[in-house]
Design a protein around this ligand. Sequence first.
Ligand code: TRP
Ligand code: SF4
Length: 418
Amino acid sequence: MPEPLINPWSSSPAVDVEKLFSDFGIEPISPILPELPEIPYFMRRGIVIGHRDYRQIAAAIKNHTPFHILTGFMPSGHPHLGHLMVMKEVVWHVQQGGNGYVTIADREAHAVRGMSWEDCRAYGKEYLACLYALGFEGTTYFQSKNERLKDLAFEAATKVNFSELNAIYGFSPETDLAHADSVITQVADILYPQIDREPAPTVVPVGIDQDPHIRLTRGVAHKLRMFTVEERDGYISVRSKNAPDVALEAVKKAFFGAKKYEGHVDIRGGSCADVSAKVRAIERAHGGFGFFTPSSTYHIFMPGLTGGKMSSSIPESIISFYEPESTVRKKVMSGITGGRQTLEEQKRLGGEPEKCSLYLLNLFHMVTDDAKLAEIKRKCMAGEVTCGQCKKETAERVVAFLKDFKEKMDVAAETIKV
Ligand code: TRP
Ligand code: SF4
């Protein structure tokens, strides 16, 4: 069977971002940025580049209406710098008024990576410490400990069959059930804020590798709705998908002059947003979920110091929050750069920052001041600095950052009880 184009469990996700976008209907985020009251640096710098349905999130931020922000981490090793971007996205959205949720995907780590429950708990706590060190406020949970989540996963499972799992993930008859279960648990994670609080737009910031889960969840959220609301020429049509007749009747009664037909109600006058809100309330009053289809954002991956992806399975590629200063320095100093073969060429042609793992480390996390970053780039491209010197400066930044961050993590760790 062919490998699916995006495999969330592969250590070398496809990198042809533009093709992925056009093939899967992910949209570039740049046209939405002017709608935000404040553009965070990770969007300004082109780190977060794509989205699905982010307009409803931008609107919620702008209008101060409720929205949720959720992401998850698989506790299959120590957290490292590669995890920091998603965490910052979560924290920023919480600061913009979102209700924060973070799930520790211990069921997935156990099912897919064979991690023991004990290790899951220990690593999970480290991820939480990172989050709190960054200023996260909100709800966190371990999948295995959340009973309502598991019930929601079971409900979601009524809407997914094996051929869909096969089409999306390339699952085969040999795939074990726990793996499938961890997928549906992730679907439930993404919908969970809407049952824990109230239905509201939910944004899930992820790397492109997680998009299959987003697509699956969006489908499930839609299937679990009783109604669809569509704007037609001059009227609004509310269609029943699997609503009990009393619920459809309630929709008819809620709107003056509405006409009820077999399986749908047509409404003249009124805005689509108002009708949607009322229909959602009626759905919930009749035992439905009233889910909003979740939104997502996609960020590019920070390259590992060895060139490929940052992955715990290649220790030289990552910088974790738990390594000694000397190792950190060594790793940065031996990182792959965009420098030229010889010093003479470097001076003549300049370096290539977009290809440099250290420049990207600065762009992602180490240099928050835009002017300072632009200066690093300029000097590199003008051949005014050697990679040796530039790496040394980067190493100092990383060491200083980690020292401060680790202190904050240690403080946070004391408050985490699991
Ligand atoms: N599958 C994700 C990973 O491999 C972890 C995860 C679990 C997650 N639930 C989630 C991510 C919900 C985003 C949203 O890291
Ligand atoms: Fe990278 Fe710095 Fe070398 Fe430029 S000068 S390629 S940014 S290490």
